[in-house]
Design a binder for this molecule. Structure first.
Ligand code: P1T
Length: 383
């Protein structure tokens, strides 16, 4: 299947017609269990927490588009992160990028510190990171690139290479780029993680997660914890994602086209202080982005001139950009990270990173771009 192009894989891998009826759309195997002919004799399926044919199809499709040998689909992005943490030996040292989704920060700083040791480090400063990795020999390096919400880019190949020197695993949260714009395993990462809730599904009607890897050993270990703990995605959610993923390529191109125009508009706007978008030459890691990403995605972060009052007036007065957590759907969303998605990060830590009250995050949808810009203009007019 690896020889097919991306646009073909999302439609055909896992999308084969049903062999018993010829139905062109895969059935939703809405079943909890499977009949056995004799104890232990079955058709490869015993219980849906462990395996389900609809989920298997989605795993095949996702593995193919991340150029991976294996994939496990979970009930949420955070449950995938949780399984990776359970897989590590107790007391493991973990370096995590300092700018990550607020829920990932909460998981690592509030749920797992009794089990592992976490340090939040700047993974964009390679020299400092390498010194620290060599000196402290972590078991795992966790990077989100580009980061949520500051869109900082980390060099996956360089980090994976330094991790290998000390026997550490590299995990890349690739949610913001989706497999269409970035394939971390090709750059040496060991595990790629996605919140499937976002671009992969693309229609804001599923919460789900996925992990892709090449190592069978890693896959089997993670599968053990998935089966033992239980956060597998449901058949219906798996089917919805199989449906949404068919348009991933064209959606990502449309997100990027609109985001590029919106970023250029914001850059010139008198009420905007700074715009951060990987496709702008002003992005501090523009060249690195060009090297490891095949596009710039649909996420934009900007700092409005002023503070919380100005942000609120803007956020209350845009309408097409719905004020909501999450991202990656066909409809545009706007988020205030300090109060919404990243509220679980203490204010002093947030502000050290640059997540101030005047920071606004856009998930640029695939609507008509002129309508989107007119909507943003309405928001700015009230500031
Ligand atoms: O929500 P869930 O499917 O569990 O995924 C968690 C997650 C993991 N990684 C990244 C980069 C994410 O952005 C998320 C979820 N993020 C949001 C809900 C948000 O609005 O940023």
């Amino acid at each position: 299947m690896k020889e097919m192009k991306f646009e073909t894989k999302v439609i055909h891998v896992g999308g084969e017609p049903d062999p018993t009826t010829g139905a062109i759309m895969p059935p939703i195997y809405q079943t909890s269990t499977y009949v056995q002919s004799s104890p232990g004799e079955h058709k490869g399926y015993e219980y849906t927490r462990s395996h389900n044919p609809t989920r298997t199809r989605l795993e095949e499709c996702l593995a193919s588009i991340e150029n991976a040998n294996h994939c496990l689909v979970t009930a949420s992005g955070l449950s995938a992160s949780t399984l990776i943490m359970h897989m590590l030996p107790k007391g493991s040292k973990i370096f995590c990028g300092d700018d990550v989704y607020g829920g990932t920060y909460r998981l690592f700083s509030k749920v797992f510190p009794d089990i592992h040791h976490y340090q939040f480090v700047d993974t964009t400063n390679l020299k400092k990171l390498e010194e620290k990795v060599m000196a402290e020999k972590p078991a795992l390096i966790w990077i989100e690139t580009p980061t949520n919400p500051l869109l900082k880019i980390s060099d996956i190949s360089a980090i994976a290479a330094m991790a290998k020197k000390v026997g550490a695993l590299t995990v890349v949260d690739n949610t913001f780029m989706s497999p269409f714009f970035q394939n971390p395993l090709d750059h040496g990462a060991d595990i790629v993680l996605h919140s499937m809730t976002k671009f992969i599904n693309g229609h804001s009607d599923v919460v789900g997660g996925a992990m892709m890897m090449n190592s069978k050993d890693l896959r089997d270990k993670l599968f053990f914890y998935q089966n033992a703990i239980g956060p597998a995605a449901s058949p219906f959610d798996s089917w919805l994602v199989l449906r949404g993923i068919k348009t991933l390529a064209i959606r990502m191109k449309a997100h990027e086209q609109n985001a590029m125009k919106v970023a250029a508009f914001l850059e010139k706007h008198p009420k905007v202080e700074i715009v951060v978008y990987p496709g702008l030459k002003s992005h501090p890691q523009y060249e690195l982005g060009k090297k490891q990403m095949k596009g710039s995605g649909g996420m934009i972060t900007f700092f409005i001139k002023g503070g919380l009052a100005e942000s609120r007036r803007f956020l209350e007065n845009v309408k097409l950009f719905a004020l909501a957590e999450s991202l990656g759907g066909v409809e545009s969303l706007v988020d205030h990270p300090a109060i919404m998605t990243h509220a679980s990060i203490p204010k002093n830590v947030r502000e050290e990173l640059g997540i101030f009250d005047n920071l606004v995050r856009l998930s640029v949808g695939i609507e008509d771009c002129d309508d989107l810009i007119a909507d943003l203009e309405k928001g700015f007019a009230k500031v």
